[in-house]
Write a protein that binds this ligand. Structure first.
Ligand code: GAP
Length: 489
């Protein structure tokens, strides 16, 4: 079980923490965390038992939004293309998979523990902060000079006073161990997958044989991955359980071909975020330095987003060469080569891998869309509009009767039911003033609202209101429904 101090959700609870977190993120993260909890996007997991170590549950709106992100990814990269097929492999695989992939020996972070407060941190992160602020490890006398973020501060200052006293660096393997079956010994030890990618490599021949797909092609998968992170944090940004969306794109074993596809995938993934609403100005591509590369990679670029806690990784695109298939061939004793029937060539393909985290994408979309009015745009100062892309918004349409009488609720109820039947999430709301109902929908990112009023009884028209412009148009009921569905395509 993670230690108790680790149990505190980031950007929450204790007022001292909250105060520092506010300073660090200009309050935006705290407001987003609070909105997520209040409106049902994200809850701290096991909250009735005091929470559990940076673990989160996704409420009705969060579950919907997460599903929308995954659906958009799947439609764009799997069903929308003829060169990529999907897969859904097991979380617990034969442990040999992790021996072959190198995760058992190399998937570790350097760990240090403070001898005074017993908190554990990644040694490389501490070094990074010391370098960033030109700190010597013991130079912690004047705290006020340092504009550190909450988590950086915890790495520099010990809660027992002054600086930390570190143990020597130990390598800490990030894989979660478990036992399969009724005995708990080394023969029954297994691991929760730390990435979805290996299930793809292990099925390479199965997919080839069952689909007869030809190189270049990709195998895509969305699923849970687990890492016993030393320092999880920043809300849903770094957690120990998360979802990945990964593609292993197999190409001819040729450096130039791999490089070409690598550049293509960097652009494709960047466009995925931009097309779903992230502002380009908030995105950067960062190429890894040689010493930063993972054990399998000959080139990696991160797509980074300007989060309130700093520029941080959203996705990684890596050239994995034939490392993984080569390793699985060696450890399984199976021939995993690709055979080109036309040329008679037989080879282990190279792989380019675009990999992204669903929760990080969700956090970036929430941060990018969060807009607090300054009172000059027709909204009251401080009113929040979540400017989510309509296809990501958990609810697409709010449907309101102007009043709760004279048949208006029945008409509005039927419009909401028709929308739902056609696959468009709709929320019926008859409580409070219409202005209040608009604001409640703006805050959760609902792009359109339909209001049924007394004119509806005469001419079958309704008011269609747009979240971003707040413009309202008078439109026939049937046109309102088809206009909304058209905009979602
Ligand atoms: N198969 C390659 C791979 O797993 P990675 O850079 O370790 O590469 C890919 O992970 C993506 O998974 C990251 O860009 C990030 O979006 C997401 N991710 C990784 N660790 C995470 C964590 N602890 N919490 C949330 N998302 C995480």
């Amino acid at each position: 079980m993670p230690n108790q101090k680790d149990n505190l959700p980031s950007f929450a609870s204790s007022s001292a923490q909250a105060a520092e977190g506010r300073k660090a993120s200009d309050g935006k993260m705290e407001k987003i965390v609070s909105l997520c909890k209040r409106r049902g996007f994200v809850y701290p997991a096991s909250e009735i038992y005091g929470g559990f170590a940076n673990t989160f549950d996704y409420g009705p709106l969060g579950a919907e939004m997460k599903k929308n992100i995954k659906d958009e990814w799947w439609k764009r990269f799997v069903t929308g293309r003829d060169d990529i097929v999907g897969l859904d492999s097991a979380i617990i695989q034969n442990p040999k998979v992790w021996e072959a992939s190198g995760h058992l020996s190399s998937f570790s972070d350097p760990l240090v523990e403070c001898k005074k407060c017993h908190r554990r941190f990644r040694a490389d992160k501490i070094k990074e902060i010391e370098a960033k602020f030109h700190l010597s490890p013991r130079d912690v006398s004047d705290r006020s000079k340092l504009d550190l973020m909450l988590e950086e501060r915890a790495m520099i200052f010990c809660s027992e006073g002054d600086g930390h006293e570190w143990t020597d660096v130990k390598q800490f393997n990030l894989m979660f161990k478990t036992y399969v079956g009724v005995t708990e010994d080394s023969a029954s030890t297994a691991y929760l997958r730390p990435e979805t990618a290996q299930g793809i490599f292990a099925n390479f021949q199965n997919v080839l044989q069952s689909t007869r797909i030809k190189i270049p092609f990709g195998i895509a998968q969305i699923g849970k991955a687990f890492r016993n992170e030393i320092t999880p944090g920043n809300f849903i940004f770094r957690t120990r359980e998360f979802e990945q969306a990964e593609i292993e794109y197999f190409v001819k074993p040729d450096k130039a071909e791999s490089e070409k596809r690598y550049r293509y995938w960097i652009e494709e993934i960047e466009n995925f975020y931009i097309d779903l609403g992230l502002k380009k100005a908030n995105i950067e591509i960062r190429e890894h330095a040689r010493e930063e590369l993972s054990h399998y990679s000959t080139g990696t670029s991160d797509i980074e987003y300007n989060f309130p806690f700093g520029m941080s990784e959203l996705a990684g695109i890596a050239q994995r060469t034939d490392y993984d298939l080569g390793q699985h061939e060696k450890f399984s004793g199976q021939d995993l080569k690709y055979f080109n029937e036309e040329t008679g060539e037989r080879y282990l393909p190279y792989v380019v891998e675009p990999s992204l985290g669903i929760e990080r994408a969700m956090l970036a979309f929430l941060v990018d869309g969060y807009d607090e009015s300054d009172g000059t745009d027709g909204r009251a100062e401080g009113e929040v509009t979540l400017r989510l892309h309509p296809r990501l918004a958990p609810i697409k349409v709010g449907v309101f009767p102007l009043v709760k009488k004279e048949g208006l609720p029945e008409i509005a109820g039927k419009i909401a039911a028709d929308l739902r039947r056609a696959g468009t999430t709709a929320f019926y709301d008859e409580s409070g003033s219409v202005g209040r109902r608009y604001r409640r929908q703006d805050e959760i990112g609902t792009p359109w609202c339909v209001t049924v009023d007394f004119d509806t009884l005469k001419d079958n028209t309704v008011t269609l209101r747009d979240r971003d412009t707040m413009k309202q148009e008078r439109i026939k009921i049937s046109e309102a429904i088809s206009s909304i569905q058209g905009k979602l395509k």
